[in-house]
Design a protein around this ligand. Structure first.
Ligand code: ATP
Ligand code: MG
Length: 327
């Protein structure tokens, strides 16, 4: 039997290349090795202000992006968190073994509080417990995530350990799988590329939009004039080259930048071309799937049904262990 894992993204906006290189590319690769459950975690997305009218489209966009990137519903489960109520049920139970102090020290909570001073709701604090529930409900042994999620995963292990210690062994402690693009910076060159920060290259950006974004993106800020040599190691766009450009091209750009033989604009042109090429098949598949929404919705509903079968079994075991199982 294959080992299992759950991983997901929240429908807070369109998916971007950080989501792709940090998580989804690994998901696609791991589909043969593991029994995979890929979630669209909509109950996480409602912890920040949003427009309810937009939510369904965001969920569909997320599902379409997963499929276009290569998530295969014949091999893996693609599900919607709110269709599997066991996620929130387990989160409640895990709340009762999670000390408040553990949640207060999570770095993303502090960040969210400063980003959303008008909406500091209890869900923001409790977010990592729901995430632990998502992962532990499927007894995940690993979780492929971007670097920003490592504190959440550490907390998930602590919660699992606490539950196991209190009620007897139930959950494995999941290890992270972190890939080559574990932390992609946004176009501002400062913050992590994030759906909520408007600093993204989206998976479905057209070549024109992509060029517009790259042509004004921040590079090595010490390189003021075309004839100044640059430092590729501190240039955000050079790190993007490492993800989409060929080895020889990367070397050529490194040398060219260091010797001022090529300027930032030349470098950006090559990057825009290579990035467009990398994402063209994904963009095309996304466009096709938008024309077949019924199929996408069916995949999501079917996947959620399959996920629920596993989720129910786990929750029954948990309820037995904590003494509230009545058949
Ligand atoms: P939000 O801003 O709403 O939190 P997000 O862009 O951070 O959105 P998530 O849905 O929170 O996206 O994350 C989905 C997955 O993508 C996670 O595994 C996360 O670690 C990964 N990820 C997100 N942003 C990046 C990034 N800039 N670089 C690498 N991985 C990322
Ligand atoms: Mg995030």
């Amino acid at each position: 039997m294959k080992e299992r894992f759950f991983s997901g993204a929240q429908p807070t906006g369109r998916l971007h290349i950080g989501n792709y290189f940090g998580a989804i590319k690994n998901w696609v690769r791991l589909q043969d090795k593991y029994e995979c459950i890929f979630g669209i975690v909509d109950y996480h997305a409602i912890t920040v202000s949003y427009d309810p009218e937009e939510m369904k489209n965001r969920i569909l966009d997320c599902a379409i992006s997963y499929l276009a990137c290569g998530i295969d519903p014949e091999k893996s489960i693609l599900m919607l968190q709110s269709l599997v109520p066991e996620h929130t049920e387990l989160a409640w139970i895990l709340n009762t073994v999670t000390p408040l102090a553990w949640l207060e020290r999570v770095p993303t909570f502090k960040e969210k509080v400063s980003q959303h001073p008008q909406n500091i709701n209890a869900g923001l604090l409790d977010y990592p417990v729901l995430m632990a529930a998502d992962i532990l409900l499927y007894k995940s042994v690993v979780v492929p995530v971007g670097e920003d999620q490592l504190p959440h995963l550490e907390l998930t292990r602590e919660i699992a350990r606490k539950f196991n210690g209190t009620f007897g062994y139930t959950f494995p402690e999941p290890k992270e799988i972190v890939g080559k693009g574990a932390r992609i910076l946004g176009l501002d060159g400062i913050n992590k590329m994030s759906k909520s920060l408007n600093n993204c290259i989206y998976l479905n950006d057209s070549p024109e939009v992509l060029w517009k974004k790259l042509s004004t993106a921040v590079t090595d800020t010490n390189r003021k004039r075309r004839k100044d040599p640059g430092n590729p190691d501190i240039c955000n766009l050079f790190s993007m080259h490492k993800l989409v450009s060929k080895k020889e091209e990367i070397e050529m750009i490194r040398k060219g930048c260091q010797t001022a033989e090529i300027g930032c604009l030349d470098c950006k042109k090559i990057l825009a071309e290579n990035m467009s090429r990398e994402f063209e098949p994904i963009r095309e598949k996304q466009n096709m799937l938008w024309k077949d929404l019924q199929k996408v919705e069916d995949i999501l509903r079917e996947g959620s049904k399959k996920a629920r079968i596993i989720a129910r079994l786990s929750l029954r075991e948990v309820k037995e262990k904590i003494g509230v199982y009545f058949g």
